[in-house]
Ligand binder design. Structure first.
Ligand code: NAD
Length: 486
């Protein structure tokens, strides 16, 4: 059992370095999905708050942040990384209460990953530069790589703390100011990181945080003429909508959207490792992971045996109290999401899939939106459970016959976010990696991330990149300067 939790203070908006109520005075309640109890209330941002935040961000961009030496920006961002690590226990608990994910993940993986983003991109603050270009001896030609100005960042509920790092660290390192809108279901860690950012020395207005409904605060941010770019992570459906909303002001966009990622197991793989990779590939983060290996493609010659072992492993992964450090399967983020996930189990069964593990709600201590680790066998790739993102602990297992068949099935999806390949044949591994339409391919591994490695989608999984050196292109613009020397 976990110890009694200290009450969480009400959340307020962060605008221009100050914690404030929303202009309308509106608040919403955020709930713990493991206990179904209210955690606290949070101020709910509207269009007026967005306007104030964008103006504060612009003033900071034209003022202290824009004038700061890159080496000073670097120091502040690095310190924020340190503060996130130093507060990992508190951040982990807040994240677990708000999202339902195991504290094992939020404290030991998510908080360090968020810190890793600030540490890594702090280093870039002093290394973003233009070029001198040999064009014509009569001219000096050079480029300036400049920040965009004000970046609006809109993030989902599945990795609230990590997403703050993914979006804010590169945007700030490149010299932009940010207005961040966390998901309405999980605003708490972003607000706490906002406090830590001030403690680290970020000038007021550089990072503003506005929890609130997507249809109100998110929409106002996307439509605001003072915002230069929107960096969005969320569903493909909302991503498509944002492309239309952003068109009026020709805003730059980065879209990190949904996925239905194939995890391919060849008969010549290390099957114990593949089994572990298949399990963590889908059940890590309760399957509420954009890159979850939610379609498991298994070669026919090993299919029956592999599925039997997988079902055995899944049955051992019992949902439990997310605040218990031993728990590996937490609560689904909300009742609505739980019902969506369970609805897909029914759809799969009706389509002819066999439920070989899980498939039901399983409250913990009589409460909570917990869903069992679920394995659907005998799925074919045309079924809805193979084509649509479920975003829960539900694995669809599909048989295949040889390399061409595996690649054909894997690429037969509107999505292209990530993929896994399990084989001990080096040639086959690299050939398949090249042929897969996916932004990330893991070979004999799954679900590895690092601030230094770009992440993003092919096809309807989006465009632009988070992380790695490549994402800095999406947070800067190039100016060509011609100097007449004659
Ligand atoms: P969502 O699209 O419903 O919401 C994402 C964010 O957009 C939230 O902050 C929400 O408030 C906001 N939003 C909603 N409507 C809006 C509007 N009209 N204008 C502006 N903002 C609006 O997604 P979700 O349910 O929070 O998250 C789950 C989805 O996110 C899944 O599809 C998942 O695959 C995707 N995801 C993708 C990645 C990636 O890197 N590709 C990472 C994590 C999650």
């Amino acid at each position: 059992m976990t110890d009694t939790l200290a009450p969480v203070k009400p959340g307020r908006l962060l605008i221009n370095g100050e914690a404030v109520d929303s202009a309308s005075g509106k608040t919403f309640t955020t709930y713990n999905p493991a206990t179904e109890e209210a955690i606290t209330t949070v101020a709910s941002a509207g269009a007026e708050d967005v306007d104030r935040a964008v103006k504060a961000a612009r003033a900071a961009f034209e003022g202290p942040w824009g004038k700061m030496k890159p080496s000073d920006r670097q120091r502040v961002l690095f310190k924020l990384g340190d503060l996130i690590l130093a507060n990992a226990e508190e951040l982990g608990r807040l994240e677990t209460m708000d999202n339902g994910k195991p504290i094992f993940e939020s404290k030991l993986i998510d908080a360090p990953m968020a810190a890793n983003c600030f540490h890594y991109f702090a280093g870039w603050a002093t290394k973003i530069h233009g070029d001198t270009l040999p064009v014509n001896p009569a001219f000096l030609n050079y480029t300036l790589r400049e920040p965009l100005g004000v970046v609006g960042a809109i993030i989902p509920w599945n990795f609230p703390m990590i997403m703050v790092g993914w979006k804010c660290a590169p945007a700030l390192a490149a010299g932009n100011c940010v207005v961040l809108k966390p998901a309405e279901l999980t605003p708490l860690t972003a607000l706490r990181i906002g406090e830590l950012a001030l403690e680290a020395g970020l000038p007021p207005g550089v990072l503003n945080i506005l929890p609130g409904p997507g249809s109100v605060a998110g929409e106002a941010l996307v439509r605001h003429p003072g915002v230069d770019k929107i960096s969005f992570t969320g569903s493909t459906e909302i991503g498509k909508h944002l492309m239309k909303s952003a068109a009026d002001s020709v805003k730059k966009l980065t879209l990190e959207l949904g996925g239905k990622s194939p995890n391919i197991v060849f008969a010549d793989a290390d099957l114990d490792a593949a089994l572990r990779g298949a399990t963590t590939g889908i059940f890590y983060g309760k399957g509420e992971v954009c890159a979850a290996g939610s379609r498991l493609l298994v070669e026919k010659s090993i299919y029956d045996d592999f599925v039997a072992k997988l079902a055995e492993r899944a049955k051992k992964m019992q949902p439990a109290d997310p605040l218990d450090p031993k728990t590996r399967l937490g609560a689904i983020v909300s009742e609505k999401q739980m019902n969506t996930v369970l609805g897909y189990v029914d759809i799969g069964a009706k389509e002819g899939a066999k439920v070989v593990a899980g498939g039901a709600r399983q409250p913990v201590n009589g409460k909570g939106y917990f869903v069992q680790a679920t394995v659907l066998a005998d799925v074919n790739n045309q079924m809805r459970v193979a084509q649509e993102e479920i975003f829960g602990p539900v694995l669809a297992v599909i048989p295949f016959d040889g390399v061409d068949d595996a690649v054909r099935i894997a690429n037969d999806s509107v999505f292209g976010l990530a993929a896994g390949v399990w084989t001990n044949n080096v040639k086959k591994a690299h050939e398949v990696a090249r042929r897969l339409q996916a932004g990330t391919v893991w070979i004999n591994a799954y679900n590895f991330y690092d601030a230094g490695m770009p992440f993003g989608g092919y096809k309807q999984s989006g465009f632009g990149r988070d992380l790695g050196p490549d994402c800095l292109d999406d947070y800067t613009q190039v100016k060509s300067v011609w100097v007449n020397l004659e």
